[in-house]
Structures are given as C-alpha cells and as structure tokens.
Design a protein around this ligand. Structure first.
Ligand code: DGY
Length: 355
C-alpha cells in the first residue's frame, strides 16, 4: 500500500502516521479510490488477481460479451478499458465514448479492431501487447505448417474413427519442408521468429516486407520488394502481416495462381488477408495442396468450405494461447494502463495519450 517507508529514526511522527493510515485502510475506515477500469473479458489467474486488487472493475452483468451500447454505457466515468480482439471500436464508438477514458489497452498484438485515427482525435491512448506473443505465435505457425503439410487432420481422423487397420506404404503421404522455400509475407518480430524456426527444418527463407530488414537481423533471407515475386517462389507461404488497407485480401484467385503448384499456405496473422472462397477453390483443385489456418475473416464464424475439405488443418485462433504468453500479455496491458493513468512512460502504446 505504501511502496517506500519513511525512516523511523529520523521521522518518527511521519512513520507513525503511515502506520495509522495502513491500519485505517485495512479495517475499511479509509477507502482508497482505485481507478475505474472496464474489463470486457476474463483472464488467466495472475492477471485477474491484479485486476481485482488494483482497480474498481466494471464487467458485463451476465458475463456475456458487451454489446457496443453496453460498452459505451459501462465506460461512462471510467478511467480505462481493457479489451480484446472481439471488441470492435470504430469511429462512431470513439465519437460517443466518455471523455473520462484516457487509455484503452487491447489484449492483443493486432489492433485492426480499433480505429486508431478516431482514438487519436479523442486523444485516447491505445496500448497493445507486442513482443510477448512472438514465440507462441511463431510456434503455432510451425504447428500449422507441419500439420497441413503432413496431413495431420486426416491422420487424426483415421486414428480416432477406428478406420486405421494397417499402415500402407502410400498412406497419407505429405510434403516435406526440407530444402523448400518458405515465403514469409510480413517480416516483423513474428515473421522473423518463424524464419528462425523454419531454418531448423532446413527451409530456405524468402520474405516480403514494406521495409527491407538489415542482414544482421534476417541473415541470408531473400528479400522481395514485390510481394507477387515472393508468391512465385513460395512452395510454403506463411502470412505474418497485419490486416491493413495495403494487405487486406492479399490472397485472391489471381495471386494464389502465382504460387507454385502444390503450395502449402499458413495463416496465423488475420483472416482478412485471404479471400476465403478463392483459397477454397485452390484447395479443391490441389493448386494449393493444403492450408493451415488459425485465423478467419469474420471469426469465430468461418467459411464452411474449409470444414468440408480434408486438406485443411484448422485451429481456433490460439496463436498466443500459452500460460506464459497470456500471463505476459495481461501484465503488459495492465502496465500500460497504470503508466498512462500515472502519467509515466507506457511500455507499448500505438497511439499516445496527448492531453
Ligand atoms: C493477437 O494478439 O493479435 C494475435 O492474433 C494472437 O494470436
């Protein structure tokens, strides 16, 4: 409660006052005002403990996700908000958001669900959770790459259905990453972490990024200034870019055609990078041999065409879902809220608070 104590020998009266103050708080005679934070989800234990300890918390009444109107109402008089990818905050939302809100921390590295310009106009700080998710998401990209290329869905089905009677010499033949080109679309921290892992599987790394990354950082990875050139060489393709004006619907029938026949496509970034119907057609024809997907446009709904195919390895957006990463994300989000409310330097803001 009092982080640093006064020296008892030099300031005995002040020391005694601190003692009295702590006792008074303990027995409830003095109520310490905590910042009011709207929290739209429930988090891993350590993060929940800190939330309940440090803030006056507002959550939805029945535990169901807030509707936009309810979220605006809950934010009246609140100091901060802790939100997730599921909370879409557009220009209209920011127009109507309570002036009391100084910071919104999203529990995600992506922030395409938040209209940053509208937030900046209202001088509301937006915080996100970069860095702490890198390894977990890159691990998952490799799981998808291997799951898709080694036909893990069909293999699981064979075992679990009891249909596995004998191991034929040509049963469930997949495609090996060794010596193949992995094209990485978006060479940020996660793209680079995918590259490090893929090298361990003997893959050659090519990438597209809006800015070329220095060789000290990406080693011998081959840079393509034009993303279409990257597609032409990518026997395996990993999408690691944010969903933005420039990248939205990057994979269409036309761009998919540029991939070598039998390519494997992996997406741990955002569903909006792909035109689903057109990837599904390519998966049906075999031009794309298999896809490993963790994210979908309009999730949690996904295009039913993916479910009907055997050459898809599908996960429910669990890129950051490890105990370690989800704890670190929560703590980072709260560190950002605390810093903005205390007027100190926040660790990871997208849009600074400029009051
Ligand atoms: C995020 O946090 O934005 C990622 O999608 C996690 O998988």
């Amino acid at each position: 409660m009092i982080p640093i104590r006064t020296n008892k020998t030099f300031f005995p009266v002040l020391y005694a006052f601190e003692d009295w103050y702590c006792k008074a708080v303990e027995i409830g005679a003095i109520k310490v005002l905590k910042p009011i934070v709207v929290v739209t989800s429930h988090f891993i234990e350590g993060v929940e403990t800190r939330i309940e300890r440090e803030y006056e918390v507002r959550r939805s009444k029945n535990g169901a996700p807030f509707k936009s109107e309810e979220l605006l109402a809950a934010a009246e008089g609140a100091d901060a908000m802790l939100v997730t990818l599921a909370d879409r905050m557009d220009a209209e939302f920011f127009k109507r958001l309570s002036a009391s809100v100084k910071v919104i921390a999203t529990y995600s590295v992506g922030f395409d669900h938040i209209d940053l310009r509208a937030a900046a106009e209202r001088k509301i700080a937006i915080a996100y959770t970069p860095g702490v998710e890198t390894d977990a998401v890159a691990d998952l990209a490799m799981l998808l790459l291997l799951g898709a290329s080694r036909r893990a869905y069909e293999a699981q089905e064979l075992v679990r259905s009891g249909a596995w009677k004998s191991s034929g010499t040509t049963t469930l033949l997949g495609w090996q990453p060794t010596g193949k080109v992995l094209g990485i679309f978006g060479m940020g921290h996660i793209g680079q972490a995918v590259a490090r892992r893929a090298r361990g599987f003997g893959m050659k790394i090519h990438y597209y990024n809006p800015i070329r990354i220095p060789e000290e950082t990406v080693g011998d990875a081959v840079f393509h200034a034009d993303p279409l050139d990257l597609l032409r060489v990518s026997a395996f393709l990993s999408l690691n870019a944010p969903d933005s004006k420039e990248t939205h619907h990057f994979l269409t029938a036309k761009t998919i055609q540029l991939l070598p026949p039998g390519a494997i496509v992996v997406n741990t970034a955002r569903g909006g990078l792909i035109v689903d119907e057109e990837l599904i057609v390519a998966l049906q024809s075999g031009h794309v041999a298999a896809a490993g997907l963790d994210v979908y446009e309009g999730e949690p709904k996904l295009h039913p065409g993916y479910l009907a195919l055997k050459n898809t390895f599908l996960l429910p957006h669990i890129g950051s879902a490890t105990v370690e990463t989800r704890t670190a994300m929560g703590m980072l989000a709260l560190d950002n809220i605390d810093a903005v409310l205390n007027g100190t330097a926040a660790p990871s803001l997208v849009t600074p608070h400029t009051d």
